[in-house]
Design a protein around this ligand. Structure first.
Ligand code: GLN
Length: 246
């Protein structure tokens, strides 16, 4: 299908409550990369207490946040749990970063031993630790896209442990990733991606940005989509800078 009359509707979940270390840049990257190709894009911001309308969104994004925000967001997510699971089963694309990634698992146990309940999209759990994991990250991903690296910036105390058959997004070459021990980073289930990479992730990983745009369009139109190539010289300069300085 030629990307001429295509459109994408994006839900930006918790733009105020969950937005740190440049997470909003992901929304900007999605928006610009669609607009540059004449793909119409609409972005709705959905805060705590607001409705996530069924059958409206092709892609949902949510960023990271501190433990305190996570408590409020967890309560709201639990009211949307059934609906989000239904969207996941319809192969809607989700990109969740850090604090929201943790809440898409079963729970996050804080350093005060308080359990913040998640919505169990991913079979994983997270426990706070006394090691804060900060810095640039390089991941060798297992996605069908090139180049085979993702780069980003992490800052979390939580250690995430994948359970059962849960697949990671890739292996950490530099940085800590999910827990600093098993060398895994992120999780994927259907078209739902969870990752610790802030920074922002998508502007300096244009191949991943296009991958999720393509997944969202192919799911919406139930057809193969070839995205028009863009000039990503600057984006890959940012990407390669982190690779070189690892
Ligand atoms: N509060 C969580 C942690 O430190 C998430 C932080 C974040 O989203 N960067 O593990």
């Amino acid at each position: 299908m030629q990307p001429n009359n295509l459109s994408l509707t994006i839900a930006h979940l918790y733009p105020k409550s969950m937005n740190i270390y440049g997470d909003y840049g992901n929304i900007l990257a999605l928006k610009k990369r669609c607009e540059w190709r004449n793909i119409q894009v609409r972005i709705d911001e959905i805060e705590i207490g607001e409705n996530l309308e069924e059958k409206k969104y092709d892609l949902c994004f949510a960023g990271g946040g501190q433990d305190k925000s996570q408590i409020a967001v967890s309560k709201d997510l639990l009211t949307k749990k059934e609906q989000i699971h239904s969207l996941v089963n319809q192969n809607i694309v989700f990109l969740t970063i850090c604090g929201t990634y943790q809440l898409f698992g079963h729970y996050f146990l804080t350093s005060e031993n308080f359990k913040i309940t998640g919505i169990s999209v991913f079979d994983l759990i997270t426990k706070a630790s006394n090691v804060r994991k900060i810095g640039n990250v390089v991941v060798k991903h297992n996605l069908p896209i090139k180049p085979e690296t993702l780069v980003g910036f992490e800052n979390h105390s939580g250690n995430t442990y994948l359970q059962g058959e849960t697949q990671a997004i890739g292996k950490v070459i530099k940085g800590f990733g999910n827990n600093g021990k098993d060398k895994l980073e992120g999780a994927r289930c259907k078209n739902v991606f969870g990752t610790y990479l802030h920074g922002s992730l998508l502007p300096k990983n244009p191949h991943f940005a296009d991958y999720i745009i393509k997944l969202a369009l192919e799911n919406k139109y139930q057809d193969k989509i070839e995205l028009q190539k863009l000039d990503d010289k600057l984006e890959f300069e940012a990407h390669n800078f982190i690779l070189k300085n690892k």
